[in-house]
Design a protein around this ligand. Structure first.
Ligand code: NAP
Length: 458
């Protein structure tokens, strides 16, 4: 059946892609929207980035799922757009759509650029978060047969990683972590989690709610190492609400007597990692003490200390991956754009190509930030549609044929719901809303109608 309506592909089914799909589908313009994702499951960073113990935050999936349904937005899971075997090249995809909105996020971990960074036991937060969130690309457990772990960074991802490592397995049992993750954490020996913060308490990027949460763990104490910066309490000249809230809670912890919990989260201010030690695996990390400069930056003092850790997780932000055929700004890790319209080096729009979310603006903001972003990008798409040439192959069946030629059998929404139901079934016995199926083969078995064979754990 040939469709005369404009057809828009949204590549990526994380919050940014799904908010864009919703904004397009809700418009008065008649437009067919397909959402493509390389995984058989939707929701991107909500499923694979939001920490498992942030259950409430995940409830946004109810909103994100709304556009899908018979005759509405189509989901094409298991479809990779790009070069390589089994993937659909962007120029091929382009022939089937009037416009393409890229919402592929910022998937790469930033690096520290210090010696020892590539030793086994030194990983990016992407691998760590992906593992405990059950991402099929990150099935290998990090080394947890160690008592000390360093987490580098002062953002919310660093807090997520530290918190998950410091929680008891019982606390995590009611979350959606895969059984294998729970078992690995149960078998682990982690006692001291050192969060390495290169600047001071006033410069952290933690949000107060997330910071405070560290104080609510069942069997972990927070130990603040502030080099005396918090002695004076919250200075009067701090006007930012978040800064004041962070400083208040940090000051309270800095002056508290230490408890007797089995695990400790050490917040080590003014410490920069300079070397990761070890020959065939991480055995320690050398940090340099910094002092704050008046402009809120830091200067190294040359004074070093070694922390006894067997695992280093760098949580120093993410960067985007270039999208083959589109301009890319390596400095920001984003695709250059104006109001979501991809532009080349001369500022001229690349017709029919749009970006939204982190690949558009960089890896900052909370889930809701993507909504505003997506509405703006959808408005650009809708304004341009009348002037864009129709697709070379407007018939959706042609796309199905091309995907088949590339060996791709897309997962539609109904099929995803089978995996969804299987995860909810697995969750029942653990008292969890769901338990993730993490192996790709098991995910595919479930979408194609088989149960995973796994019995819910009691
Ligand atoms: P982020 O907020 O940008 O934090 C990155 C941290 O890494 C900064 O503290 C930065 O320190 C530090 N850093 C960078 N390079 C470093 C180096 N070479 N050595 C030491 N430290 C270094 O990034 P993120 O934590 O990945 O979070 C990404 C976004 O997702 C943020 O907007 C975050 O709020 C959001 N998020 C939200 C939640 C939530 O709401 N619960 C959870 C997770 C993520 P400087 O400040 O000194 O540069």
């Amino acid at each position: 059946m040939t469709s005369a309506r404009p057809r828009v592909a949204v590549v990526g089914s994380g919050p940014s892609g799904l908010y864009a799909a919703a904004a397009l589908a809700a418009s008065d313009t008649a437009v067919d929207v397909d959402v493509l994702d390389r995984l058989p499951a939707p929701y991107g960073l909500v499923r694979y980035g939001v920490a498992p113990d942030h259950v409430k935050m995940k409830s946004v999936i109810r909103v994100l799922a709304r556009p899908f349904g018979p005759g509405e937005v189509r989901f094409l899971g298991g479809v990779t757009v790009g070069p390589g075997p089994g993937a659909v090249p962007l120029p091929v995809l382009r022939e089937h759509y009037t416009a393409v909105v890229h919402a592929s996020g910022s998937a790469l971990d930033r690096r520290l650029g210090i010696p020892g960074e590539d030793l086994p036991g030194s990983i990016g937060s992407g691998a760590m978060v992906g593992w405990y969130c059950g991402h099929p690309d990150h099935g290998v457990a990090p080394r947890l047969d160690v008592t000390g772990v360093a987490v580098v960074g002062a953002g919310n991802v660093a807090l997520d990683v530290a918190r998950v490592l410091a929680r008891t397995p019982d606390e995590l049992g009611s979350t959606d972590v895969p059984d294998a993750v729970l078992e690995a954490l149960r078998a682990g020996r982690v006692r001291d989690v050192h969060v390495l913060i290169r600047r001071g308490p006033q410069q952290v990027r933690f949000t107060p709610v997330e910071l405070r949460q560290l104080g609510d763990l069942a069997d972990a104490d927070v130990v603040v190492h502030d080099d005396g910066l918090l002695d004076a309490g919250v200075p009067d000249d701090v006007t930012d609400r978040h800064e004041r809230a962070n400083l208040a809670v940090l000051t309270e912890w800095a002056h508290a007597t230490h408890g007797t919990a089995h695990r400790r989260i050490h917040l080590r201010f003014l410490r920069s990692p300079v070397r990761i030690l070890g020959t065939d695996r991480v055995t320690g990390i050398v940090v340099e003490r910094n002092v704050l400069t008046p402009d809120g930056r830091v200067r190294g003092t040359g004074e070093e200390e070694t922390l006894d850790v067997g695992l280093v997780v760098r949580a120093v932000g993410y960067t985007g991956e270039p999208i083959g055929g589109l301009p890319f700004d390596t400095a920001t890790g984003t695709v250059p754009n104006v109001a979501g319209r991809v532009v080349d080096a001369d500022g001229a729009a690349v017709p029919g190509q749009y970006v939204t979310g982190w690949i558009r603006r960089g890896p900052t903001g909370v889930i809701g930030t993507n909504k505003h972003d997506a509405v703006e990008v959808a408005a650009s798409v809708l304004a341009d549609l009348p002037a864009l040439p129709p697709p070379v192959h407007p018939d959706p069946d042609d796309l199905a044929r091309v995907l088949a030629e590339h060996g791709v059998r897309p997962v539609d929404w109904t099929s995803w719901l089978r995996l969804d139901a299987e995860e909810i079934r697995l969750g029942q016995a653990r008292g969890a809303e769901r338990v993730k199926v993490a192996e790709l083969a098991d995910m595919l078995a479930a979408v194609h109608g088989a149960t995973t064979g796994a019995e819910p754990r009691r």
